[in-house]
Design a protein around this ligand. Structure first.
Ligand code: SAM
Length: 172
């Protein structure tokens, strides 16, 4: 009787943990920018626009499945991907391991809580209605001369330094 009660409690605890994990994933997926991957062609365009030394630290905002983090790390950049969705983080970590990249890492966190003071290059494919808030954060935290490479969306009220199709480059 006691043993069957203990087993029941263990099952209940596991069920509650799984439920919380599921709710967290649902929240992370739907509360933030939706996951839409960047095409290979567009990634090539983004890479072409980076004219900083390979010793630079790059942060990929909302790194999705890690494809841009991997592409940047393959170029030799010290690359960090920040992604709010834990499943995409897991997938990215597998991709990084598969490619044996020591200069790439993924952080499962909310980008808004991450300080950009040590970042030389910020790459992103974000959401239009957050670009104003993002522009303010960049201005406040990033060093002058840092590079912003944005796929598809423009930074509110900022002057574009150069452009390749719908890839926009800004200098802080
Ligand atoms: C349009 S997708 C781009 C994915 C990837 N960068 C690419 O280009 O293939 C935007 C990504 O940002 C992530 N995201 C949205 N808001 C975020 C936040 N506040 N912190 C971290 N990641 C976030 C989403 O989960 C999603 O994976």
């Amino acid at each position: 009787m006691i043993i069957s009660n203990i087993i029941l409690y263990v099952y209940l605890i596991i069920l509650i943990i799984l439920l919380f994990f599921l709710l967290y994933i649902i929240f992370a997926t739907f509360s933030a920018a939706p996951y839409v991957p960047t095409s290979k062609k567009q990634i090539m365009k983004m890479l072409e626009m980076i004219d900083k030394p390979k010793t630079s630290t790059v942060l990929e905002l909302g790194s999705g499945d890690g494809r841009i983090v991997v592409a940047l790390a393959k170029q030799g950049f010290n690359t960090i991907g920040i992604e709010i969705n834990p499943l995409l983080c897991l997938w990215s970590k597998i991709l990084i391991k598969k490619n044996k990249l020591k200069n790439a890492k993924i952080i499962n966190a909310n980008f808004w809580d991450y300080n950009l003071k040590d970042i030389d290059i910020l790459t992103m494919y974000f959401i239009p209605h957050r670009m104003k808030k993002l522009a303010k954060k960049i201005k406040k935290e990033m060093k002058p001369g840092s590079l912003i490479v944005s796929n598809a969306f423009k930074l509110a009220d900022w002057t574009i330094d150069r452009q390749n199709g719908t890839v926009y480059v800004y200098i802080v």
